[in-house]
Design a protein around this ligand. Structure first.
Ligand SMILES: Nc1ncnc2c1ncn2[C@@H]1O[C@H](COP(=O)(O)OP(=O)(O)OP(=O)(O)O)[C@@H](O)[C@H]1O
Length: 254
């Protein structure tokens, strides 16, 4: 099980955003993608998901070119948790999560008992079962983030790609979501997430890629890669390193 890109160039119709990307995500692994605002992380994620066509290079899922796969095949393999959006329609939270099941059945088929069971299990797993009947438009940004993760998991994908999954979460929920990410990898899924917090990459990712100007400044094992020097080069600010009593490192922007 592998999502693989090599010499990947990506961007929008008239505008290249990044190039020369080599990326390899296996089942059971967590990969973190870091980089300054506007340097091409979301655009890369959309390309890896097949939502934007690659502008060059190769992109394969389990050895098959992603571009040759049908929308349904891609949806059964890859789930996307986008940056939180407000939502326009007042669907109940459980209905929003149920939408994730359309990757596994026809859009027009009535949901089965099993579909409903999966939805309940995912709501429980994210600790949001109490929100099931609430309108999606009337819950908080952090709650919406958890609903979007539950929806992605309801797809029962092999890979989950999350764009800043903890951006609007309180401190406690940040930890819960990051622990869920590790648990998913423990269950054999390949997980890719973007973050603005190098400490999350350090603590929860196996590997990391530092993206600047659409190019990989560096990539490799998260613990070896994340040095104050590299982070300073990535973000263009001095980085302070703190060490806890347990010897664990953390970084602060200087
Ligand atoms: N639909 C679009 N058409 C053309 N350019 C776009 C489009 N969407 C985004 N861009 C541009 O692509 C570049 C990369 O944006 P992207 O959203 O991938 O960055 P990012 O690293 O995810 O940023 P952030 O950390 O702020 O979320 C930016 O210059 C952005 O303005």
């Amino acid at each position: 099980m592998r999502l693989e890109a090599s010499a990947l160039a990506y961007g929008y119709r008239e505008r290249e955003i990044g190039r020369d990307i080599a990326l390899d995500l296996a089942g059971g692994e967590v990969l973190a993608l870091l980089g300054p605002n506007g340097h091409g992380k979301t655009t890369l994620l959309k390309t890896l998901l097949g939502l934007l066509p690659a502008k060059g290079g190769t992109l394969t899922l389990d050895g098959r070119p992603l571009a040759a796969m049908s929308v349904g095949e891609r949806a059964r393999a890859l789930a996307y948790v986008p940056q939180v959006h407000a939502g326009t329609f007042a669907f109940a939270v459980s209905e929003v999560v149920l939408m994730g099941r359309t990757a596994r059945s026809s859009l027009f088929a009535a949901p089965s008992g099993h579909d409903r069971d999966v939805v309940r299990a995912m709501l429980d797993r994210l600790g949001i079962a109490h929100l099931a009947q609430r309108p999606y438009t009337e819950i908080s940004g952090g709650e919406r983030q958890l609903v979007m993760i539950a929806r992605a998991l309801a797809q029962e994908p092999r890979y989950v790609i999350l764009d800043e999954p903890t951006a609007s979460l309180d401190f406690g929920n940040q930890g819960k979501v990051m622990n869920q990410i590790r648990r998913l990898a423990g269950e054999g899924l390949g997980v890719l997430f973007t973050t603005h917090d190098p400490n999350q990459a350090l603590r929860y990712a196996d590997r990391a890629m530092l993206l600047r100007d659409g190019r990989a400044l560096a990539s490799g094992k998260a613990r070896e890669l994340m040095t104050p020097e590299r982070l300073a080069a990535l973000y263009g600010v001095a980085i302070e390193t703190v060490r806890g009593e347990d010897g664990k490192l953390a970084f602060l922007p200087g």
